[in-house]
Design a protein around this ligand. Structure first.
Ligand code: GBH
Length: 437
């Protein structure tokens, strides 16, 4: 299965999950520092204080990316490194780190793809209301403008907000992620403000001469009815509204889905929080749509969910490669031929570093091969897919799961911070060299 010429073979990471150096060079605190240092929140009491120490070892990591033959590297910029208090002048040492990283990528022929926000909201902004506060969307636009001014000439693709849905669901519905709230009414107001922040950042980029392309990064879940009943079909449609259309429709069509708005009701904080003109901002034209696919969802007649396929080490993840085909073809069908990038796909595996220095993550090889085959089928059927990024380049801080789950192509031996290419990394290098699976 041959991929298009110049296909953007890549891997992805995020700042809090790999950088460490939590107190260095003027970095402020984020909600994830607070959350991870709150007893009981993270498995084994892990924190991102050191993580994969990428802040100090980025040059070695750049060389590993070059050895793999990566064409694209997706990383995120830590807001509290750029604006330690969430507002005001840029912290030059924070900017300098990302300049060194981006320049190092270019020197190695790797195209940088930068996410502006991968969940590390400055704690001062959380103290001021966090994403429940409309003003935080405007603070984000300000931060985005600061980043574009510093790096806009050397980053060709920008992503605004990583997985707004995860902030909504895990941050504000279930409380497994920072800031650890369980408040549905707040959650959907947060969704609106995250979408607004996205649109404002797109507008900020347009104001910067010669800056690159930009788009949102959504984790999408193909939703299927668990049985043939009309009730399951109906429940699946609403479930899809909350999982997918809430974000896709507002950003790409300029409207929120009517079924979701009706379900939330006119007195919900979200519906009351939508102002005239907001949807025009949210649907500011984008250049690219970033899709992250991990798992399907099977919805029952009463709106619950069931499992249909084997799960990975992450209990929420069912392994279903055809879901990749379904979601890519669906967004192209429903939202038009906008250029797509897959910015995350992967799974955790029970990796061990053997005495002979190898890591045999054969499960990851099978998973990636099958998902790439599904992506290839979508390309063959006309989906304009430009690039594909494995989650993740390195083992890292997997949020509430701490370091327990390993998602990397590259193994991190945390006590020594030694990097070891897993079998999947050697396999991926060959895929890239062949431009084929
Ligand atoms: C992505 O989220 C993230 O962008 C990335 O940072 C992360 O490391 C990666 O995937 C792997 O998880 O504990 O039952 O509440 C994927 C979407 C949303 C899936 C949160 C796991 C928690 C499920 N994730 N969800 S639960």
């Amino acid at each position: 299965m041959q991929f298009p010429v110049n296909f953007g073979w890549g891997a992805a990471t995020s700042a809090y999950q790999i950088e460490g150096a939590a107190k260095e060079d003027g970095r402020g605190e984020s909600v994830w520092d607070t959350f991870s240092h709150t007893p009981g929140r993270i498995r084994n009491g892990d924190t991102g204080d050191v993580a994969a120490d990428h802040y100090h070892r980025y040059a070695e990591d750049l060389d590993l990316m070059r050895d793999l033959g990566l064409r694209s590297y997706r990383f995120s910029i830590s807001w509290p490194r750029i604006q330690p208090d969430g507002t005001g002048a840029a912290n030059q040492r924070g900017i300098d780190f990302y300049r060194r990283l981006v320049d190092g990528l270019h020197e190695r022929g790797i195209s940088p793809m930068a996410t502006l926000f991968h969940w590390d909201l400055p704690q001062t902004l959380q103290d001021a209301g966090g994403w429940e506060s409309r003003d935080v969307a405007y603070r984000f636009a300000d931060y985005a403008a600061t980043v574009f001014e510093a790096l806009g000439d050397r980053v060709p693709v920008w992503l605004t907000i990583n997985e707004p849905k995860t902030v909504v669901q895990n941050g504000y519905l279930f409380g497994h992620h920072a800031p650890g709230r369980q408040d549905p009414d707040a959650a959907y107001l947060v969704a609106h403000h995250l979408q607004l922040a996205h649109g404002l950042a797109v507008q900020a980029l347009r104001a910067e001469d010669g800056a690159g392309r930009i788009g949102p990064a959504f984790n999408l879940h193909p939703c299927y009815p668990a049985d043939d009943s009309p009730a399951a079909a109906e429940a699946t449609r609403l479930y899809d509204g909350y999982e997918n259309r809430l974000y896709l429709d507002s950003a790409l069509k300029g409207s929120y889905p009517e079924d979701v708005l009706a379900d939330l009701g006119p007195t919900s904080r979200m519906v009351r929080g939508i102002r005239d003109g907001d949807l025009e901002i949210i649907s500011s034209p984008v250049d690219v749509l970033a899709v992250q696919y991990y798992t399907p969802i099977y919805v029952t007649a009463n709106g619950g969910t069931v499992r249909r396929w084997p799960t990975s080490e992450a209990s929420w993840q069912q392994i279903y490669p055809d879901g990749m085909y379904d979601i890519l073809t669906r967004v192209t069908r429903d939202y038009g031929p906008i250029p797509l990038t897959v910015t995350e796909n992967g799974l955790p595996t029970p990796d061990v570093l053997a005495a002979d220095g190898t890591v045999e993550d054969t499960g990851r090889v099978t998973f990636l091969r099958d998902h790439l085959a599904a992506a290839h089928r979508a390309v063959t059927d006309g989906v304009p897919l430009e690039s594909f990024h494995v989650w993740s380049l390195l083992d890292n801080f997997e949020w509430a799961e701490g370091y327990d789950q390993r998602w990397g192509l590259i193994y991190i031996d945390y006590p020594t911070q030694r990097r070891v290419l897993k079998r999947s990394a050697h396999w991926y290098r060959q895929v890239i060299a062949d431009n084929a699976v």
